[in-house]
Design a protein around this ligand. Structure first.
Ligand code: COA
Length: 292
């Protein structure tokens, strides 16, 4: 089911036809955050292609997003793994054939799990870096010639984990630090072609897999964690969608090479795992069943 509806247009901050005639290509578009980003762009006039590994989930999400606006075209292409640049290139071909162009790219596909260094195998590290970082590169690579024609924009979905070295997420933190560097370098290299590149760094966003993983249910209903966020609330997927609309809109036409942090100010406070540090790390390293 879609998160956004027509009220995003009628009572929202943006003009209804902001993205009329534009096409967005989204990896991970059936996942929580990237799906809502897509919904917002479609509601504001864009057509979209979302790609993902799971065929049924991706096609179902596309059909539901298409319902949001009369006349919208939203195509779901499943069976695409961002670790394969060829499989993304095929999805790009379909996009251009069916929708004519690509103006915006959201590189959002990501893989994650909680693991301390001691139990994180080399292959596990490689797996996450391959999805998050190499996958972002592959997405940029496969869509570049289309963005070049439209003088379009990239948006990479990053994170804030690597700002404070949160324990048990070093694989993701390393990958997302690379994503930030990739986006910044693309902004520099492709700026002269009229292509912009930015990243968005969500904080704790309610209703996501990442939230369930990093902020599991607690006795106080999460209040302790919430209190540590300067804005005193968790984020929503809509918060990420709003920032996405801004970054693709003409209002951000001079904005490139930035990392838009949407976390309620949380990272300035430091890791929310401070209370557990260093006991969790010591315990993880005491376990003799380390992996290679
Ligand atoms: N803890 C430690 N290692 C793990 C792990 C976990 N929870 N889950 C997977 N791994 C390791 C595997 O053991 C394997 O390493 P090994 O060969 O040394 O044993 C390696 O990671 C690759 O595992 P594999 O099952 O082949 O993963 P994959 O490459 O097909 O997919 C993920 C990797 C991250 C996508 C997969 O773990 C996953 O589906 N995660 C949950 C969904 C998700 O991440 N969604 C995105 C939300 S941000």
């Amino acid at each position: 089911m879609s998160t956004l509806d027509q009220s995003f247009v009628t009572n929202g901050s943006w003009k209804p036809d902001l993205f009329k005639g534009k096409v967005v290509f989204v990896t991970g578009g059936a996942g929580t955050i990237c799906r809502v980003q897509t919904e917002a762009l479609v509601l504001l006039g864009a057509n979209a292609v979302i790609i993902g590994r799971n065929v049924e989930k991706t096609e179902k999400a596309a059909a539901e997003i298409q319902q949001l606006r009369a006349g919208a075209k939203v195509i779901g292409i499943g069976g695409v793994d961002v670790r394969s640049v060829e499989s993304i290139a095929k999805a790009v071909e379909v996009t251009v054939k069916e929708l004519g162009r690509i103006d915006f790219v959201i590189a959002g596909a990501a893989g994650n799990f909680i693991s301390d260094f001691n139990h994180l195998s080399s292959n596990a590290f490689k797996s996450v870096v391959s999805i998050d970082l190499l996958g972002s590169y592959n997405t940029a690579k496969a869509t570049f010639q289309e963005l070049r024609k439209t003088k379009g924009a990239y948006l990479f979905v990053s994170a804030t984990l690597h700002y404070y070295g949160i324990p048990f997420q070093l694989h993701v933190g390393a990958a997302k630090a690379g994503v930030d560097a990739l986006s910044n370098a693309l902004a520099v290299e492709l700026g002269p072609l009229g292509i912009r590149s930015n990243a968005i760094a969500p904080g704790l966003i309610e209703g996501t897999e990442g939230f369930a993983r990093l902020a599991p249910p607690s006795e106080d209903g999460g209040n302790g964690l919430r209190d540590k966020i300067p804005l005193q609330k968790f984020g929503t997927s809509r918060d990420i969608a709003e920032a996405t609309v801004y970054l693709f809109s003409p209002a951000a036409s001079y904005v490139t090479g930035t990392i838009e942090v949407v976390d309620g100010g949380a990272w300035h406070i430091g890791s929310y795992m401070q209370d557990l540090y260093p006991s969790v790390v010591i315990a993880a390293n005491e376990d003799p069943s380390a992996k290679i």
